[in-house]
Design a protein. Structure first.
Length: 364
């Protein structure tokens, strides 16, 4: 069996090294598993402490995807087998959020090669890195509403800071392209997908400064030379006026009505249909999280998300959504409750009740 994450250290011209980490599950579109996290996190910790490592480059196996999300199928199967007290969700989410937070705080430049599909857990790995590279094939989304979850992995924090655009993306799971990602600062560099190896080779040829504070700028200068100017037009920019109109509501019920209304624009209509078919509970939680994330620190966001994600695994829609989409694949989830009209504040509040006396991420 192949290692779930492959690691390399590439020698540079002046004795420095570049750490390369590759998610190695091309068949699952590099879905982020607990096994991956358990080897990636300690390796990143080691590289952070190693003075010879100047930067880290994180990529996925193959060209189809950097990372298509977290391994939620594993959680669903465990809960169905063992009941709602199964600890798989807590173990996976706690480890994943700790890793994501560490990437946000990583003391050295970290590049993420976000080519192909980048969704859910892949966004979590991407958004904390210093150098976030998209290509003409990049397709990014937070599609959790379709599985009865919500945009986690720090989504509350970064979507909250995007204003109404973040609310739109979280509620509708709209797919965005490379130019969109650059416009909203989810990415900050572009390159042609065929240039990956050329960039890695160029990194090893840099005459690295002895002053580690200059390494980030050296990488910025290099990546700027590979900027790809032929990206497709931004969907968010193209549809900006209608998105603003659809997110102009001042309460959740009105917002839901406006976002699920049909549109003459194919991309917006697909977004509306995705929300309409998604979990009503998720829609309400996403609205709450978008509001909460605007005020919270990054660490507090991750702590609240862990409570929420574990509680989602103990309530009906998350397990049902994963079952319908990824396990039985009947594409026919039976949401409970089936409409936003039947949601109660008390039911939503249950998702925010911490199951621990001491929070597993208290030390962030």
């Amino acid at each position: 069996m192949n290692d779930v994450v492959l690691f390399q250290e590439l020698a540079c011209a002046n004795g420095k090294r570049i750490g390369i980490a590759q998610l190695n599950s091309e068949k699952t579109l590099n879905a982020l598993s607990l096994a991956m996290i358990r080897v990636l996190y300690p390796q990143l910790q080691q590289w952070a402490q190693d003075d010879a490592i100047v930067a880290v480059f994180l990529q996925g196996a193959g060209e189809k995807a950097f990372c298509a999300g977290g391994d939620v199928k594993h959680i669903c199967l465990a809960v169905r087998a063992n009941g709602i007290d199964d600890t798989t969700a807590e173990e996976l989410f706690a480890a994943e959020y700790r890793l994501d937070y560490f990437i946000h705080c990583f003391p050295k430049p970290m590049m993420v090669w976000a080519t192909g599909i980048v969704m859910g857990g892949g966004i979590g790995l991407l958004c904390g890195a210093s150098h976030r590279i998209v290509t003409e094939t990049s397709r990014l989304a937070m599609p959790e509403i379709s599985i009865g979850l919500y945009p986690d992995v720090g989504g509350s924090w970064f979507l909250g800071r995007l204003g109404k655009v973040g609310l739109f993306l979280g509620m509708t799971a709209a797919n965005i392209n490379a130019q969109d990602a650059l416009n909203i600062n989810l990415a900050n560099f572009s390159a042609q997908s065929s240039q990956r190896q050329a960039i890695i080779d160029a990194l090893t040829a840099i005459d690295w400064s002895n002053d580690s504070t200059e390494h980030g700028q050296q990488i910025t200068q290099l990546l700027s030379q590979y900027r790809y100017s032929a990206l497709a037009a931004s969907q968010l920019e193209t549809h900006q006026a209608e998105i603003e109109q659809r997110t102009s509501a001042t309460n959740f019920s009105q917002l839901y009505q406006q976002l699920t209304a049909p549109s003459e624009q194919t991309w917006l209509n697909k977004a509306a249909q995705t929300l309409k078919a998604g979990s009503p509970t998720s829609a309400a939680l996403i609205y709450r999280q978008w509001q909460n994330g605007q005020q919270q620190s990054l660490a507090d966001c991750f702590r609240q998300e862990l409570i929420l994600s574990v509680q989602c695994a103990r309530h009906a829609d998350f397990i049902e959504g994963v079952r319908a989409l990824l396990v039985d694949k009947d594409q026919n989830p039976q949401w409970q409750p089936p409409s936003i009209a039947q949601l109660s504040e008390a039911y939503l509040d249950e998702h925010y009740q911490s199951p621990w006396a001491v929070h597993p991420l208290a030390d962030l």
